[in-house]
Design a protein around this ligand. Structure first.
Ligand SMILES: [Zn+2]
Length: 223
């Protein structure tokens, strides 16, 4: 069956008209359906799976980026160092998988309340989200969801994120048709704090190390 290819506008998170709302978050319809099925199954096993974040617009990512950039440079970091620090966990606007409506950050509402949820240590050992991680590792792929930023030491790019899952059946289309040069041209045209320090060489290296630095089960060569 032919699947409609997402437009670049959709890829860059400039258009959310194809998305549906679920518990205050936006997702593609198929991602939402698959998530609800996974949520129901998790609940059977005592995990109250909840969305922390799903779709994020270009403007929202721009806000996150600029907020961190302002903070880090105010702390005395050089523009290059500030950008490097942002890139531990946050993407350059226009390159986030959260722009697609196929990627989610999840938590477990049955765990004791936490001030900060998305902390990798909390998903291990006796951490509050260790049961969630174990359940997801065992079951998420049955529903089409795969961890993106794994703890695999050979993976490049963003730090390990045990909470970030991607709905592969739809994310693969966004991933395959992603056009790095067009995204770069758009990024430069918008005018974002720090963008003067990001040239095409930096962008291409970022694209290779970060955008492509994902779980091997999600890489296009395996699709
Ligand atoms: Zn995420």
């Amino acid at each position: 069956m032919a699947v409609a290819q997402p437009t670049l506008i959709q890829t860059l998170g400039l258009d959310d008209s194809h998305l549906v709302e679920l518990e205050g978050n936006l997702l593609t319809a198929k991602t939402a359906t698959a998530f609800c099925a996974m949520q129901a199954a998790a609940l059977q096993d005592g995990i109250d799976l909840q969305l922390v974040s799903a779709y994020r617009s270009f403007d929202r990512q721009k806000y996150i980026w600029e907020d961190k950039y302002k903070r880090y440079t105010a702390e005395g970091l050089s523009p290059k160092d500030a950008i490097e620090r942002i890139l531990q966990y946050s993407t350059i606007p226009g390159t986030s998988r959260h722009h697609w409506g196929t990627d989610i950050d999840v938590t477990d509402n049955n765990a004791p309340k936490q001030k900060r949820v998305l902390v990798s240590e909390k998903f291990h050992n006796n951490g509050p989200f260790a049961p969630l991680r174990k359940w997801m590792e065992k079951n998420a792929s049955k529903f089409g969801f795969y961890l993106v930023y794994t703890s695999d030491a050979s993976r490049t790019g963003f730090s390990y994120e045990p909470w970030h899952y991607s709905y592969l059946p739809e994310a693969q289309h966004y991933q395959k048709q992603y056009d790095s040069r067009t995204a770069f041209a758009y990024f430069k045209s918008v005018g974002i704090y720090g963008s003067a320090h990001i040239d095409v060489d930096f962008w291409e290296e970022y694209y290779t190390l970060f955008f492509k630095g994902i779980n091997v089960e999600l890489t296009t060569s395996n699709l």
